[in-house]
Design a binder for this molecule. Structure first.
Ligand SMILES: Nc1ncnc2c1ncn2[C@@H]1O[C@H](COP(=O)(O)OP(=O)(O)OP(=O)(O)O)[C@@H](O)[C@H]1O
Length: 281
């Protein structure tokens, strides 16, 4: 049995999402292995972002079951939870295709805002709690330490007090990932994290994701069009086409799968061999 089936952090079963007559995701099932970097790939319109939107509660799936299992043994049925509980309790975090930092806030403030939930619970949700409780001050100190840790990991300590919007694009991408990590996620969903990055920024992103895999109890799922990123850092690749899964395996197994080549080149299955010969595969 493959590793991602033995100890999954996320199991998606028979997920279907319809928009009127359009079936964006069609009876899709897969497992995300704990501690893995998993890439969700496929041509434009294949349904990748829709899957993310169902996992993070932005959409309620038409059908299907999505289960997150924490390393503590707790499990959560995401399709039954509102989106704020998915991030707070099931501990699923995400980033978007377009960067969504708070551009007018500083780099440090962006990392502090992400820790709103533990801070508010330490305040007992009250004004008196914020000013009177040692518990709140301790939680605040922990939040600052946590933010400093991630500032260091993304190499932005020097820019902590600058507005996030002033950072170069690649730094903003890594700040977004650090902000998501400040929520202590079990599953981190990244929508096209390498889009628009130059080769140096792309290498920095890969290093950050591999660091997260090695040092944190966080499993990473990424949608990515940049195949060099996918092949370099993924443990597991799932390929969608027209809302269905057409391949699921290691990067090496998937990249030589004729169905995947056909989907990417936009040809019928029976023409794959011909195309492979033409392009020298
Ligand atoms: N809110 C929506 N309403 C109607 N149709 C939608 C909605 N969201 C997505 N779709 C449709 O669902 C299909 C899958 O879209 P989705 O954005 O999930 O694909 P994708 O694989 O992420 O594509 P890309 O790589 O271009 O981002 C597309 O046909 C899209 O037009």
């Amino acid at each position: 049995m493959t590793r991602w089936k033995e100890n999954p952090v996320l199991t998606v079963e028979h997920l279907t999402m319809r928009f009127g007559g359009l079936v964006a995701v069609d009876d899709l099932s897969f497992d995300i292995g704990r501690g893995d970097i998993t890439a969700l790939i496929g041509p434009n319109g294949a349904g990748k972002t829709t899957v993310f939107n169902c996992v993070t509660g932005f959409y309620k799936p038409t059908e299907g079951r999505l289960t997150v299992r924490h390393s503590s043994g707790d499990s959560y049925l995401l399709e039954r939870m509102p989106d704020f509980e998915i991030s707070r309790d099931a501990r699923v975090a995400r980033t978007f295709q377009n960067i969504r930092l708070f551009g007018g806030m500083t780099v440090l403030e962006n990392l502090m805002v992400a820790q709103h939930n533990p801070l508010m619970s330490a305040s007992a949700m009250s004004f008196a709690g914020i000013f009177g409780l040692g518990r709140f001050r301790r939680a605040e100190r922990r939040a600052v330490e946590h933010a400093s840790y991630w500032l260091d990991k993304i190499d932005l300590v020097e820019r902590a007090d600058d507005p996030a919007a002033d950072l170069p694009y690649g730094d903003q991408r890594r700040l977004e990932i650090a902000r998501a990590m400040c929520t202590g996620p079990q599953v981190l969903c990244l929508d096209e994290p390498a889009a628009g990055l130059n080769p140096r920024e792309s290498a920095e992103l890969n290093a950050l994701l591999m660091y997260i895999r090695k040092e944190h109890d966080t499993s990473v799922v990424l949608i990515e069009h940049d195949m060099s990123v996918v092949m370099e850092i993924s443990d597991h690749v799932i390929v969608l086409d027209y809302g269905e899964k057409i391949a699921d395996g290691t990067p090496d197994a998937v990249k030589s799968d004729p169905k995947v080549i056909a989907a990417y080149l936009g040809v019928a299955d029976e023409e794959v061999e011909l195309v492979e010969e033409e392009v020298g595969l």
